[in-house]
Design a protein around this ligand. Sequence first.
Ligand code: GLU
Length: 401
Amino acid sequence: MTRPLSSRTQNIAASLTVTIDTLAKQMIAEGKDVVSLGAGEPDFPTPEPIREAACKAINEGKTRYTAPVGILDLRKAVCEKLELENGLHYAPEQIIMTSGAKHAVFNALAAIINPGDEVIVPAPYWVTYPELVKWLGGTPVIVQGSREQDFKITAEQLKNACTDKTKAILINNPCNPTGAVYSREELEALTKVIVEKDLYCISDEVYEYFVYDREFVSTASFDGMAERTIIVNGFSKSYCMTGWRIGYDAAPAAIAKIIGKIQGQAVHHPSNVAQYAAIGALKMGRESVAPMREAFRKRRDYMIERTSAVLTTPAKSPDGAFYLFAPVSDFYGKSTPEGKVIEDSIGLCQYLLEKEGLAIVPGAAFGDDTCVRFSYAADDATLTKACDRFERALKGLRCST
Ligand code: GLU
C-alpha cells in the first residue's frame, strides 16, 4: 500500500511512560535483571472487596452491555463521592464512566476542541496531554512552571498565555510528574483567570488521594468553575486497579451528553465487570487508601534521602502523587565509562537502563529535559535496588575532556 496513513496520527509521539514500562516488562520476561520505576503503577494488589465485587458480578451474569455512560448505581456512587469528599453537586447524568482516566482526558478534549483551538498545558505535564490535544486538531500551548516556583504556574503566566484562540486549560493536580499540589489560594487565583477568559478547564484529579500534609481542593469547587470544568478521575492509582481500566468524567450536563455520544460511537462503554469492581472500590472509600498513602510517604522520604546523597542539586520533596522529579542536568556533558557523552535526560535514562538495568522516565517526555522521573509506587526492596543502581551509575560518570 502506498496511500498515506492519518497524518494527524503520524504527528503525535508514542507515550514514553508506556513505552518504557512495556520495554522493562519485556526485558524482565526475557530474564534480564531490570528494576523498573518507569510507570506509575502501585505495587499493592487490588483490594479483596473489589476483587470480590467483580467476581460476584461475573457470577451474577453482569457480563452484557451497559449504557454507554455506565451503570446507574456506579454513577450515583460517584456523585456521592464528589458530594461527600469534594463538596461538589453532580447528578448521575453528568457522570460518564470511562476506560481509565486517560480515556476520560481524551473524551473531555474530544468534546470541546475544534481545529486550531489552543489548549494551555502547564509544564511539566503528563506525557499524554499535548499529544492528545494535537491528535484532536488543537494546539497545545505549554506554560512552564519552573523548579523555583515548585513546578506550578501562576495566574499571571496563565493570563499572559491566553490568546483569542485559547479554549481550555488542562490542569493536573496533584501533578504527574512533579508531585506539585496547588494550594487553595493558588487555585483561586488561577480559576479567576479561567472564568475571566471564559475557558473550559479539564481538571485531572487522579492523584487526589495522594497528598502529603496538604489540603486537596478540586478546581471545580471555585466560583464559576463547575459549569466550565470537566473533572477527570479514576480508580487505577487510588485502588490499585491499573489493569481494570476504569475512570470517569464529571462534566456540565451539556458536555456530558456529548461525551456520552462520543463514547457510544467509539467504545460503547467500559467493561461491565470493571464497573462493578469500581462500585466495590467506592464502598471501601477514601479512608481505606490511607495506609497506602502512608507507605508512599515513607518511600518518598527514602527516595529523597538516597537521591540527595548523589545529586548535586537535590530533588524537591513532592507534596503529592508518587513520583520524584529529580534534577540531573548537572551530569550532562559527562562521559559514561564506555566514553559516550550524556547529552540530555533521554541519554541519561538510556545509560541507566543499559548499564544498570534501571528503567526510569526522561524528563523530556514531560516537557522538562533537566530532570528524570522515578515512580516510588514500588516496594522497599525495589526502591533500594533502584537507588543503589542510580548512585553507582552517576558515580561512574566522568568529566569529558
Ligand atoms: N499514568 C502512569 C504514568 O504516568 C501510567 C502510564 C501512563 O499511562 O502514562 O506512569
